[in-house]
Design a protein around this ligand. Structure first.
Ligand code: PEP
Length: 250
C-alpha cells in the first residue's frame, strides 16, 4: 500500500503569528492519520513548527537543503541542521529552485543523495514547462530529471525511501491545473520508467501531484490510480482549504 500524502509548500511566506494561527487551525481540524500531512515552512520557522507539531501526526520538512556537508557555504543549510529541528523530509528540485537558482539535474540529484545520506526523505520535484509540453518533450524532460537521480544513486534503490512530486511548471501558481487525465498519464509514465529497473519499488513509491491544487479540483485528481496525493503551494497557506484538500483523499 502506498502512503497517501498531502504536503504544503509555504514557499517564502509567513510570520511567527501566521505560522501559529495556520498550524493551530490545521491541528484542530484534521486529526486523521491518513493522508500524511507534511508542511514545508521557511527555515526560520522550523523550530516553531517543531514545537507546535511535536505531539501531532503532522510532519514537517525543509523546502531545500545543501548538497554539502557543513562548512564554508554562506547562506546554505545542511541536512544535519534540518535533523536538529526534527525534519523528516526535504523538497529537492522544486521548479522555483531550478529556474530562479539555476539548480540543474546534477545538483538536484546530489541534494537527493545528501538528504538520504542523512536519513531525510527527499521529495523529488519533476515537471515540464509549457513550451516543453507544447513541443512534445514532456516525457523526455521527466526521464532526464529521473535519470540524473538514478545514475547518481546507482539505480532505483534510492526510490525505496523517497517521494516523487510531478509538478508541471505551467500549473504552479498559475491557477491552471493539469486535468486528472494529463496528470495520470505522466504519473503512470514515471512509474513505468522506474519499473524498467524494479517493479516492486515502482509500485511502492508515492507519486504526488502539484500545480494549483485546490479543494475544488483535488478529488478528481486524487481519484486517479497513480496519484497518491498532492504538493500544495498557495492553497496550503489557508488552513481550511488545506484540510479540505486532505479530506479529498480516500
Ligand atoms: C508548489 O509550490 O509546489 C505548488 C504546487 O504551488 P501552487 O499550488 O500554488 O501551484
Amino acid at each position: 500500500m502506498r502512503s497517501k500524502i498531502i504536503a504544503g509548500n509555504w514557499k517564502m511566506h509567513g510570520s511567527k503569528d501566521s505560522v501559529t494561527a495556520l498550524l493551530s487551525n490545521i491541528k484542530s481540524n484534521f486529526a486523521a492519520s491518513s493522508p500524511q500531512l507534511i508542511v514545508f515552512p521557511p527555515y526560520v520557522y522550523l523550530e516553531q513548527v517543531q514545537q507546535t507539531l511535536k505531539d501531532t501526526k503532522i510532519q514537517w520538512g525543509a523546502q531545500n537543503l545543501s548538497a554539502n556537508e557543513p562548512g564554508a557555504y554562506t547562506g546554505e543549510v545542511a541536512a544535519q541542521m534540518l535533523l536538529d529541528f526534527g525534519c523528516k523530509y526535504s523538497l529537492v528540485g522544486h521548479s522555483e529552485r531550478r529556474s530562479f537558482y539555476h539548480e540543474d539535474n546534477i545538483l538536484v540529484a546530489m541534494k537527493f543523495a545528501q538528504a538520504q545520506r542523512h536519513h531525510l526523505i527527499p521529495i523529488l520535484c519533476v515537471g515540464e514547462t509549457l513550451q516543453q509540453r507544447e513541443q512534445g518533450l514532456t516525457e523526455e524532460v521527466i526521464r532526464e530529471q529521473l535519470q540524473a537521480v538514478l545514475l547518481l544513486q546507482a539505480g532505483v534503490q534510492g526510490f525505496r525511501q523517497a517521494v516523487i512530486a510531478y509538478e508541471p511548471v505551467w500549473a504552479i501558481g498559475t491557477g491552471l491545473t493539469a486535468t486528472p487525465e494529463q496528470a495520470q498519464e505522466v504519473h503512470q509514465f514515471i512509474r513505468r520508467e522506474l519499473a524498467k529497473q524494479d517493479e516492486v519499488i515502482a509500485a511502492q513509491v508515492s507519486i504526488i501531484y502539484g500545480g494549483s491544487v485546490k479543494a475544488v479540483n483535488a478529488k478528481s485528481l486524487f481519484a486517479m490510480p497513480d496519484i497518491d496525493g498532492g504538493l500544495v503551494g498557495g492553497a496550503s497557506l489557508d488552513a481550511h482549504e488545506f484540510v479540505e484538500i486532505a479530506k479529498c483523499i480516500n
